[in-house]
Design a binder for this molecule. Sequence first.
Ligand code: SF4
Length: 334
Amino acid sequence: MTSATLTKPRVMSGMRPTGGLHLGHLVGVLTQWANFCDTAEAYFEIADLHAYTTGFEDPQAIRDARNEMVAVWLAAGVDPRKATIFLQSAVPEIAELHTLLSMIVPVSWLERVPTYKGQIDALGSEIATYGFLGYPLLQLCDIAIVRGERVPVGRDQVAHLELGREVVRRFNHLYGDGAEVLVEPHPTLTEFAEVPGSDGRKMSKSYDNAILIADSEEVTTKKVRAYFTDPQKLRRNDPGRPEVCPIFALWKFVNPLKLDGIAAECRSGALGCVADKSDFAEQLNAYLRPVREKLAIYRDDPVQVERIIAEGTARTRAIASAVLADVKRAMRLL
Ligand code: SF4
């Protein structure tokens, strides 16, 4: 190992295999992950146990989404020679750490996490399981088990990580005997790009407004044609307001050099929405083409994807078993 690798921070992040990765994932998260492959010692988790907290009734869907999701990560530039991709459920040390840490976490800490009540209001009380309540603690275990130091999070996830940091401090205080048995993870606050969907809301598969990475070019073009634009621009020559138009917002990611020209022509009425969308659909397909081509290669080679997951999981388990042994020793369980 070189001194350069030693100074790289250990970054940990993950995604639930719920299927349907879209343009928002690509420009928001996966581009960053691809960068982390060079700038950090990166661990990326297939968070399949987390998927059960809200999708426990459909285990096959979680199973089916797993390799497809990793194929998209790889196609988007996540490099398995530089980063470690692992399957959460195949690292049993995470679940064991979760059980051990659950002994010292007051229920009130978990109940006060803002997303707990918010998600129950949004998705219904049937998701209010014991596992769902413990979701932020399981997240901490994902991080702690690889001694993750940095966690890229959006603002809505900061409270989860803060809870995790409190748990680590409590653990080290109770059992550490002056030593830092568990590492306190720090948030790397990330402004994830807001990518609008076809109805102007945030792009999301559950809103049925997303351009999927796996979509064909024809489907992509059709979806772009159906996008909301400025509702006040009814005819081609009407002056438009690019600042309220989702298509204009998407241009930022696909070809930012064109923004000034489009804004001026939209405002003056020289550019109509049909022409702009048609030009955009073409450029978007060109932008996604290399990713889609790579995705096709990984889809055709499930053995390679399985191997990448298996190798990453084995590497993760080597660290995880050492961390778990430290924890058990500190708790006088060994
Ligand atoms: S011309 Fe383009 S930027 Fe202007 S409202 Fe129509 S789609 Fe949006």
